[in-house]
Each structure stands twice: as structure tokens, then as C-alpha cells.
Design a protein. Structure first.
Length: 312
């Protein structure tokens, strides 16, 4: 086992199309010459940033459909280490629509997400076999993102259990049942964004896919939940909040870290860049404060670039 090797697992591979406009007019034809296509998804983004930080990393995923050769070619062009299993599931597209800024508008960054297509029967068995084969070679396991339909709710918790049984560090950027069912195996870090955390543990704070209610009461409620989770499962919790102060909790208590202002070009993937930086520092033995600092730095670098999930 490489003492500092990272296994990044994501079960929703993505092709990311970025389209840039001065402005977009609804019900009109909008044309642009500024656009790009990249391989993406949380697992790819995390792997890319880890390799840019000089770390050894491998991305494990499922692939299928006629766009698979394109996905593989894009990974090869960036020298992204990849291990995949056949799923017969067409690779989804996600779109980042960037407008402005202009004299009258600060500009917008809008994400349009296709849900992943279901995987064929047998994919979970193939992915589990591949995971067990590569797991012993890695010291840190990062499981990120939603999983495509067709995978059982037992898959992610099983991966967490097996990684912890081998003494690996486990970082989870997931939400919902996958996160809830994995807690009993005591992951080292859980790192959803604040909205995903609230959707999972305090749905009463969410309305129409946004946080709602009094901000002070909401923060107190989140702090209380973090305290209970850290105490029961001996985990650390990192809640990213975009450009706002990040919230961090462990057995010592609850802290805030304010990122430096960044002039954003494309914020998509900044949370994944944070995860990669945080994980890299933590594996090197950095303090939580130092790990958060590197994570914030990586997230800020990503926000200043057009490509998603990159720091250069």
C-alpha cells in the first residue's frame, strides 16, 4: 500500500459542458463561441485536483453507452488514473451556463444537471469486486456524489465498512440514505455542503431546495446536530457554504473559517477541489485548521478558473 494514495469513488460519471454568454435572452436563440467540454463528476474532480497537488490517486466508477470512448479519451488526455466497470448506462451531461458580468449585472453561474441513467443488473457486483481489488492499495477512500439508479442502498455503507475494517481513512461527500446508513461505521470525515447536510439531518430547515427560516436558529440547530454526530460516531464534519464562512465540527467543538474573497469565473467543482485539498493535507498529518486552509485555497483556485474541478 502506498502510504499516501487516494481512492476516489463516484457512481455518476459526467461530461461537463460549459457555455459562456454576455447575456442569455429567454425564448431566443443564444450563440456563443466560448465553450468547452470536460470529463467531470465529483470523483473525477477530486482525482484531478489530488493529482495536481502531486498526490497518487485513482478514480473508480461505472461507464457505459456510446459516449464511453469520449469519456476515456478525455481522461487519457489529462492523464487521470481511472478504473471502471461496465454498466451499459449512458454517461450523463451536465451543463454550466455562465453569463456576464456586465455593467448592469454581476453575472450568473447556473448548473443544469441530468440525472444518471440506471445501470444494468450485475453492475453492483462488478463494482464491488473492483473496489475490493484496489482498496488494499490505498490509504484514503473518498466516496462522493449520488449513485445512479440500479445500485442498492447497501453498496455505499458496505464500502465504508470494508475500508474502515482495513484501517483506511474514509471521507464522505454524500447525502441522504447513503450517508445515514454509513454513519454506524464511523467515517473519519463527512463533508456535504450545508444544504445537503440539512436535507439529510434537518429537512424542516429546507423548502424548495433552499435553506429557510431564521439564520440564527438554523445555525444553532446545525451546531446541535453536529455535536451529537461527532459525539456518537467520532467523526469530523465539514460543511461548505459557497463564499460564506465554512463550518467545521469535531469533538473539540464548532468552528468557522472565512475564505478570502475570490472573483469567480466558474464556481462549479469548488466543493470537490476543497475536498481534495482537505484530504491531501489531512493525510499528511496536518491539523484540522491546516487542512481546512488548504481546502479553502483549492476551492478558491477552482472558482477562478473556467474548467470544473481544477486548480491550474
Amino acid at each position: 500500500m502506498d502510504s499516501r494514495s487516494f481512492l476516489s469513488v463516484c457512481m455518476s460519471p459526467t461530461l461537463q459542458k460549459i457555455l459562456c454568454f454576455d447575456e442569455v435572452m429567454m425564448d431566443r436563440v443564444n450563440r456563443t463561441a466560448k465553450h468547452r467540454l470536460d470529463v467531470a463528476g465529483k470523483g473525477v474532480n477530486i482525482t484531478r485536483v489530488l493529482t495536481q497537488l502531486g498526490k497518487k490517486a485513482l478514480h473508480l466508477t461505472q461507464l457505459g453507452g456510446r459516449l464511453r470512448p469520449l469519456f476515456l479519451d478525455l481522461c487519457a488526455a489529462e492523464a487521470l488514473p481511472l478504473h471502471w466497470v461496465e454498466s451499459s448506462s449512458p454517461i450523463r451531461f451536465c451543463y454550466t451556463l455562465i453569463t456576464g458580468p456586465s455593467r448592469d449585472s454581476p453575472g450568473t453561474i447556473t448548473e443544469l444537471v441530468e440525472e444518471a441513467s440506471p445501470v444494468e443488473p450485475g453492475t453492483e457486483d462488478r463494482l464491488t469486486e473492483a473496489y475490493r481489488r484496489v482498496l488494499p492499495d490505498h490509504s484514503v477512500v473518498i466516496i462522493a456524489g449520488s449513485k445512479a439508479a440500479g445500485f442498492s442502498d447497501a453498496l455505499v455503507p458496505r464500502m465504508v465498512r470494508e475500508a474502515k475494517a482495513l484501517g483506511r481513512m474514509v471521507i464522505l461527500d454524500i447525502r441522504g440514505p447513503d450517508l445515514l446508513n454509513s454513519l454506524k461505521f464511523c467515517p473519519d470525515v463527512i463533508k456535504p455542503n450545508l444544504l445537503e447536510f440539512a436535507q439529510t439531518f434537518a429537512p424542516e430547515l429546507v423548502a424548495k431546495n433552499a435553506l429557510t427560516g431564521d439564520p440564527v436558529m438554523m445555525k444553532n440547530r446545525i451546531r446541535e446536530i453536529c455535536r451529537d454526530l461527532c459525539g456518537e460516531y467520532r467523526t469530523r464534519i465539514v460543511l461548505t457554504r459557497g463564499e460564506e464562512a465554512l463550518w467545521y465540527a469535531d469533538l473539540r467543538g464548532f468552528s468557522e473559517f472565512t475564505p478570502k474573497p475570490v472573483k469567480p469565473v466558474n464556481t462549479t467543482g469548488s466543493g470537490d477541489a476543497f475536498t481534495a485539498g482537505f484530504a491531501a493535507a489531512l493525510e499528511e498529518g496536518a491539523s484540522p485548521e491546516e487542512a481546512v486552509a488548504l481546502g479553502i485555497r483549492c476551492g478558491g483556485l477552482n472558482a477562478g478558473l473556467l474548467q470544473v474541478g481544477t486548480i491550474r
